[in-house]
Write a protein that binds this ligand. Sequence first.
Ligand code: SF4
Length: 422
Amino acid sequence: MSQSFAVVTFGCRVNQADSLVIENELTSRGARLVPAEQADLVVVNTCSVTASADQGARQTIRRLVRLNPDVRVVVTGCYSTRRPEEVAALPNVIGVVSNTDKEKLTPLIGANGWLTTAQRFGDGDEACGATTVPGAGGRTSLTLRVQTGCEERCSYCIIPQTRGRGRSRPLKDVLARVEAAIAAGYKEIVLTGVHLGSYGRDLADGTCLAGLIAALARRSEDVLFRISSLEPMDCTEEIVDLVMQSPRLAPHFHLPLQHAANRMLAAMRRPYLYEDYHALVSRIRSAMPHASIGSDVIVGFPGECDEDFAIMERRLRELPLTHLHVFPYSDREGTEASALSNKVEGVAIRARGRAVRDIGAEMARRFRQSQAGTTTRALTLDEGWSAVTPNYLKVRLDRQIARNEWIDVKLSEDALSGVVMS
Ligand code: SF4
């Protein structure tokens, strides 16, 4: 009888996309997907972007073993890539698979007998990967990883060390997976990567992100393509124009700024100035007044003085953004920044984090206000009592509609809920 398994995922959209592929490859061989506490085998797909991410993985593995002493654990992802010995020493860990070998994880599970399944590993493995269906992993949209690895050297970031050099899926393979996903019923597909903007550069055959997006914009099916996080230096005028002109592309950008003081951007080794960033988001805002434009910022980077932070606050208030993700600086051993002096006190980091989150909350409130009373399309989610709009507003519905349906919804005064019009 086929054994049971679970996949526990930490971290970014790239990890979520990888986990969905692992889930799908194991279920397509007859293995049973069950809650982690009941599984024979648990694959833990780790993150290592902060120290607490590592700790979270350790705590989860120990908890699973307490609840299910016979569980077998295979660990993959950035933490297992950065600290394989440390991970291998955790209880019940029978396999440690680095990011570089992650695409071989399922055959590895078969080859090592870590899981017995109805269909033997290797029998009829689809080159293109069978696809899941809307709702798999609790998600209505499909997150499709088209690239991994990164060639940049942001001084605070451990990811180039854990994900390696930039590697892109060939365009033909990406389009085949899009075809399979649409055939499986997906109506929203999110493009993701570790450094998505560098898509195709390693292929040296002219493939690039704008080319991929243009190909998707030409599709006739009623499917929405969403670009996940895009480094500002990669968000070209061509990409902005494609999004502006095509109903297939979500008017939604996530452009990590990280800091608004040029002195800090230089210390972070971010390859742009604040003025470049301001020009980019201002152009998007004037081209698409209803677009969602989110960003990431780090507070408490080593050497960040009161004046740097005051510049950040003042400039964030002038940027036409719609929401912020705020990250307290976290020392990552092995990064250039971790060797810097002038570390900022924890109490100051927390206070600055609160201040910037308040600015982010005001941005989100102002954006919802600007959408109040408008009628827009939306894709129904979960149990059908909520939906997400192309410009990334999640709204409660006044009546239940089946998951994964396009509807027209009239947004309320605070744009937190809506009346189903169709
Ligand atoms: S672009 Fe910078 S922050 Fe992003 S993964 Fe690469 S090194 Fe890290």
